[in-house]
Write a protein that binds this ligand. Structure first.
Ligand SMILES: [Zn+2]
Length: 159
């Protein structure tokens, strides 16, 4: 999938040369989207119906945002960074890396809006409240070169 390749490129610029191997796999019986790690190999598994629904509602940026979060889990297992706080839970660390990947991606304002809207709308079960996740996403975004003004503008539309 082309969108996943785009996210992967951004992620690779963060983790090279120690990137977790990640592939995207379509599975009609998968629960939405999940990361499976088996003996060090990470797989992103998605339900096509879920991706279609998300895409119809929020567009390309939404798929990018959700993939970035899942890849964020893989990055979190593989890397650390000084700006990642030790008090952040694994879900928050995945959001931080997702924000970082989005910052590297340099999406259009509209796609960034879609990413944030989908992340807010489809949290995984262990996620804390959006009000806690948001500053962490923003921290990752700006740490990795994203434009803070653009992030703020995109947010105006997700409320
Ligand atoms: Zn997660």
């Amino acid at each position: 999938m082309e969108l996943a390749a785009r996210v992967n490129l951004a992620v690779t610029s963060i983790c090279a040369p120690n990137c977790p191997g990640t592939g995207l796999y379509r599975n009609p019986t998968a629960p939405n989207l999940m990361l499976q790690v088996n003996s060090g190999v990470a797989k992103l598994v998605y339900a096509p119906e879920f991706f279609s629904a998300v895409y119809e509602q929020y567009g390309d940026g939404a798929i990018v945002g959700l993939i970035a979060h899942e890849m964020g889990h893989a990055l979190d297992d593989a890397l650390g960074a000084a700006w990642i706080k030790s008090s952040w839970t694994p879900e928050l660390r995945a959001d931080a890396w997702a924000g970082c990947a989005l910052g590297k991606l340099g999406q259009s304002a509209r796609d960034l809006e879609g990413s944030l809207a989908a992340l807010a709308k489809y949290p995984s079960a262990g996620h804390p409240a959006w009000s806690i996740r948001l500053p962490v996403l923003q921290a990752g975004f700006t740490q990795c070169g994203g434009d803070a003004g653009k992030f703020g503008a995109a947010l105006q539309h997700t409320r």
